[in-house]
Design a protein around this ligand. Structure first.
Ligand code: ATP
Ligand code: MG
Length: 299
């Protein structure tokens, strides 16, 4: 990060909570009364290629929070939500609509990426090496192709300010031990299978996604954390457009996610210095697609 986030994102004083961390998208608070609890507040910021962009996307934080909550509820996996009756009574409604009260976990420094389709950084790595995170793939795959089966392609969650780095499964074993590595891989693939099935029933392709896990010190249990299966952490495509081979390629992969922002930025910025401001049309399209995904999946 080029500059201190704390200085550019005014954080709100929230009764009962102490601000401890500004991520690119979320603000994290510690409870003043319960050492085991965190408050994670999703902002309306959008980041791409490790830059926070201007302007914000109104409504984004609330939409992502709703989608995460919906998925946590669908998945039969221990998750980090800890929200006793009345937990948000002291919070302004506008904040609680984009907040989650969670268990403070010992996080694994691994981003658990699962890919069912080949695109983005996975495609880049495949084109260079024929593998993604050490997983060999068939020859001749092209952008947007479905993989023979979903693959686990972890990344090392670099310390603040550094780029996350794709790593092999063996490297995950070195980092967190064989048992935890296998558990994270198996859980990630299981959740991905359930979620892509659920999405397919609504005419949506889950192309890839990223999970984060931690251990709950209270129970010792591996627990699903962070945001889950949102339009920020996943690629979602419209199944009927994807399978219409008469459409131009870009339209087939028309997405319900942050790719809208990445694509615009790639066409309008050389990657040097400060990124240009997003035009109103891109802001509107992004929020409309995030909204549409939530409606498709969760209604
Ligand atoms: P970046 O700006 O690169 O995204 P980030 O991922 O650290 O950095 P955010 O995603 O905006 O920033 O902030 C959320 C942070 O909270 C993440 O670091 C995430 O790993 C962490 N986190 C999520 N859930 C929990 C939890 N239950 N316990 C502890 N930390 C958590
Ligand atoms: Mg994050």
């Amino acid at each position: 990060r080029a500059f201190g986030l704390e200085s550019i994102h005014a954080t709100r004083a929230l009764t009962g909570w102490r601000h401890v961390y500004s991520g690119k998208v979320r603000e994290v608070y510690e409870s003043e009364t319960d050492a085991d609890a965190l408050l994670v507040v999703a902002s309306n910021r959008v980041s791409a290629f490790d830059h926070i962009l201007e302007p914000e996307i109104p409504g984004k934080g609330e939409l992502l929070t709703k989608l995460s909550r919906w998925w946590f509820d669908q998945l039969e996996v221990p998750n980090h939500l800890r929200e006793p009756e009345g937990w948000d009574a002291e919070l302004p409604a506008e904040i609680s609509a984009r907040s989650m009260r969670v268990a403070k976990l010992e996080m694994f420094p691994v981003e658990c990426v699962v890919r069912g389709y080949l695109t983005g950084s996975g495609l880049k790595e495949y084109e260079a090496t024929g593998t993604v995170c050490g997983v060999p793939l068939p020859e001749g795959l092209r952008d947007g192709d479905q993989l023979p089966e979903p693959i686990f392609t972890p990344a090392y969650k670099a310390p603040q300010g550094e780029h996350d780095e794709n790593i092999s499964f063996e490297r995950v074993v070195e980092l967190i031990g064989a048992d935890a590595a296998a558990a994270l891989r198996d859980l990630s693939l299981q959740i991905f299978a359930v979620a892509s099935q659920r999405a397919a029933e609504r005419g949506v392709i889950l192309a890839d996604t990223k999970f984060e896990f931690g251990v709950d010190p209270a129970t010792g249990q591996i627990t699903l954390a962070d945001e889950v299966l949102t339009s920020d952490s996943s690629r979602y495509w419209d199944a009927s457009l994807y399978s219409n081979l008469e459409l131009p390629f870009a339209e087939r992969l028309s997405s319900f996610d942050k790719q809208i922002v990445r694509n615009w930025l790639r066409e309008n910025w050389d990657g040097e210095g400060t990124p240009p401001e997003l035009p109103a049309e891109i802001v509107e399209r992004t929020v409309a697609r995030y909204q549409e995904l939530l409606e498709r999946l969760a209604s």
